[in-house]
Unconditional design. Sequence first.
Length: 200
Amino acid sequence: MSALSELYEEIALCQQCEIAKYRTKVVPGEGAEDADILFIGEAPGWHEDQQGRPFVGPAGQYLDQLLASIGLRREQVYIANVIKCRPQGNRDPLPSEILNCRNWLERQVELICPKMIVALGRYSMAMFFPGKSISKIHGTAQKRDNVIYYAMYHPAAALHQQSLRRTIEEDMLKIPSLLAEAKNMTETDEQPRQLNMFEV
Ligand code: URA
C-alpha cells in the first residue's frame, strides 16, 4: 500500500470536526501520486460527499474541461481540497475545520511533492497567499522552496458568474509555461520570488 493510501486510511478515521458525523464519505483527494501539479479546492460538495472523490459535480466537470484545454486529464494531476468532509448545506469551511484539516493537506503535499500547487478559490489561496485577495492575485505565481504557487478563481465561481469564465480559462492557459519554468529552476534558487511573467 502506498504512503498516500495509508494516509487516506488515517483521514477516513478522523473525527476532529462535527461535520465528520454527517459525511457520507470522506474525500481525501485523488490523482497521480507523483503528479507535477497539485490542484487544491475548497471542500467537498454533495456529489463529492456521495462518491468520496474530489471535483466530480458540475465544478469538477468544468475543471476537467479546463485541464483538457492544457492537454491534461485528471489522472495526470492530483486534486485535493482544503477540508476533507462536506460542510453541511455547502456552507463555507470554518476556521477550526481548516485548522484541523491542515495537517492532512501538508502530509499530502509532502508525499506528492508537486512542482506546482494551484490554489482554486479563496480558501485554498489563503493558505498559500495569506492576506491576499483572489481578485488581485489570480493568474499570478510565486516561487518558494522550489515550488510554484499559483492562484486561480474557483471553477464553481466561474460557473455562477459568466464574466469570470474567460479569466479562469486564460489563467489556466498560463500553467504549462509556469510548469516548464518550474522544471528548469535550479535547486539552489531558494529565495522566494515573484515570477516575472505574472506579477502580483
Ligand atoms: N468544490 C471544491 O472546492 N471541491 C470539490 O471537491 C468540489 C467542489
